[in-house]
Write a protein that binds this ligand. Structure first.
Ligand code: NOJ
Length: 580
């Protein structure tokens, strides 16, 4: 149990430091570099807060909870798609880019939200889905009907109903081609068949997308998270993709093939560079703050960095491209602290210095961090994500350690998991269950009506309200303190070193002049139960101060420790302040 007074004192000192080092809200609003050290908070709108008790979260619900984001200390919120959609893929299938889906509210609600977010000194990022639309979009309907103006808006290819043009597979399983009886041609869809791919070889599509970006920038949106960027272009010759030969992967599964002709095509990068130029020119012309582009594009490190732009800085792309390495390149059964060290060095040392690293440990497409890394390690992972240099991205609920919910096959809503025997393995419903605000009915998500996905049974014990007491060490208080600590010089502008001390333990050191913030983390994997001695490399002084511990640690926040005699038990994580 934490020494409560000390926790309070440290929080006060941190707030003071923050106000000295940090910038005032009004200054921040005109800071072109505001994003470079920001915490971006991802809201999954359907599951965040339901203001009208209809079972789906909405914009008014987000508005009601803005004070939480301010309290948590994050800099910007990014909302997963809110535009009109049949919700086949939960909004990632847009039928009208200029209308807000009625389950979320309307355009006035969005305008109001933008205003209130800005009043609080925060920024708001929209999810932008340019690779595909819904098959209910007017463009697709007109295209399928062969209307001249829209004929080439999508990727249409000749063929016969029994023979798709090539072997390409959808990310959601099965052929990426669907035959249209109406048009007597195949159309491409890299996701569901209700999500036809737009054709970027048609100049009008470029224009349409720029119009959408301009429309939302005119409303005051501060940037865009670009969905499925890697899929924008495909090989013009439609060549078959080679097999991956991954063991145990069936011929219907996307991973059966190596996506050398559908992902990361050279023209895809050029398209992003075009958008960057467009938003930069917009900001300059209108004399407004930087409009930030953040890109979703999983790939190898080299594939990923070109989404940032050319390594020499001559051409810029996204302000940052999500670093999914701590999620995707990480298999809990076989990965260890050496892997963490490699990933961190990869992103800190190999990333060209003009680009800003970023750290993602969870999102709406992956099991929640607290479940994936193990509930006992959740604080340690937040410490890592927040104390690494650059940008941190937090998925809603991660700030108080929400775990995956319980969803049965019948309750599931994720189209990528429907009709599949491996529902448990592939469904993304578990990380999308409603946010657990408190221990009232439906976890405070709404007033007790049905919810679009079931509320996790864990909410009685695991909810935000139960973690707000500043005198108690909670996952949320730890998160808040970390977000504040990011403003201290070592975390903000200091050097970064990381050492794996064993398979289970590592030390991250951020240093500025004679000040160091050190994270020592003994992961609780591999069933190791022994205490481990932790010697922090490159530190000569004897003592340090415990700035933070995980919930359940034996150490006391605010106490001084002998650095020659530091021992950690499995799952224990400490943040130390050291001056020497
Ligand atoms: C990536 C999004 O994160 C995911 O949720 C969605 O299903 C696909 N793109 C398709 O838009």
């Amino acid at each position: 149990m934490l020494s409560t007074m000390r926790f309070k004192i440290i929080a006060i000192i941190l707030c003071f430091t923050l106000s000295v080092l940090g910038k005032s809200i009004s200054e921040k609003q005109t800071d072109p570099d505001w994003w470079k050290h920001a915490v971006f908070y991802q809201i999954y709108p359907r599951s965040f807060k339901d203001s009208n008790n209809d079972g789906d979260g909405d914009l008014k619900g987000i508005l009601q909870k803005l004070s939480h984001l301010k309290d948590a200390g994050v800099d910007a919120l990014w909302m997963s798609p809110i535009m009109e959609s049949p919700q086949v893929d939960q909004g990632y299938d847009i039928s009208d880019y200029y209308t807000i889906d009625s389950i979320f509210g309307n355009m006035d609600d969005l305008k109001n939200l933008i205003h209130e977010v800005h009043e609080l000194g925060l920024r708001v990022i929209l999810d932008f889905v340019p690779n595909h639309t819904s098959d209910q979009h007017e463009w697709f309907k007109a295209s399928e009907n062969g209307t001249e103006e829209y004929k080439d808006y999508y990727v249409w290819v000749d063929g016969t109903p029994d023979k798709p043009p090539n072997n390409w597979l959808s990310n959601f399983r099965g052929s990426a081609w669907t035959w249209s009886e109406k048009r007597q041609q195949y159309y491409l869809h890299q996701f569901m068949e209700q999500q036809p791919d737009l054709n970027y070889r048609h100049p009008k599509v470029h224009e349409e997308m720029k119009n959408i970006l301009r429309y939302y920038m005119d409303l005051g949106i501060d940037g865009f998270r670009i969905d499925a960027m890697l899929c924008a272009y495909e090989d013009e010759e439609l060549r078959d993709e080679p097999r991956s030969y991954l063991p145990g992967v069936g011929p219907d599964e996307s991973k059966y093939l190596l996506h050398i002709y559908t992902n990361h095509q050279p023209e895809t990068y050029e398209l992003l560079y075009e958008w960057r130029q467009f938003v930069d020119e917009y900001a300059e012309k209108h004399n407004v703050e930087t409009k930030v582009l953040m890109t979703e594009a999983s790939g190898t490190f080299n594939q990923t960095i070109y989404y940032y732009g050319h390594p020499d800085g001559s051409t810029l792309g996204a302000h940052f491209c999500f670093n999914f390495f701590l999620i995707e390149n990480f298999n809990l059964n076989i990965s260890n602290a050496y892997d963490i060290m490699r990933i961190v060095y990869n992103w800190v040392d190999d990333l060209p210095k003009i680009f800003i690293p970023n750290w993602v440990i969870g999102n709406h497409d992956n099991r929640r961090a607290a479940t994936r890394y193990g509930p006992d390690d959740r604080d340690g992972w937040n410490m890592l994500a927040q104390l690494l240099p650059g940008i941190a991205v937090t998925y809603n609920g991660e700030e108080f350690g929400q775990e995956d919910g319980e969803v049965t096959y019948e309750q599931g809503q994720d189209p990528s998991a429907r009709n599949r025997s491996i529902f448990e393995q592939v469904s993304r419903d578990f990380e999308r269950t409603p946010l657990q605000w408190d221990n009232t009915t439906n976890a405070g998500f709404n007033e007790g009506a049905k919810t679009w996905l079931p509320v996790s049974k864990k909410y009685h014990e695991l909810n935000l309200a139960s973690q707000l007491d500043e005198n108690e060490l909670s996952h949320y208080n730890i998160y808040k303190t970390l977000v504040q600590k990011r403003q201290e010089s070592p975390a903000r502008i200091g050097t970064t070193d990381i050492w794996a001390l064993s398979e289970d333990s590592f030390v991250l050191k951020r240093s500025y002049e004679n000040k160091h913030i050190v994270l020592a983390f003994k992961l609780g994997w591999h069933n190791h139960t022994e205490e481990e001695s932790i010697l922090i490399p490159g530190i000569s002084c004897e003592n340090g101060t415990i700035a933070l511990t995980n919930v359940g640690s034996n150490y006391t926040i605010g106490s001084s420790v002998n650095l020659q005699d530091l021992k950690l038990r499995p799952h224990e994580s400490l943040v130390l302040d050291i001056t020497c």
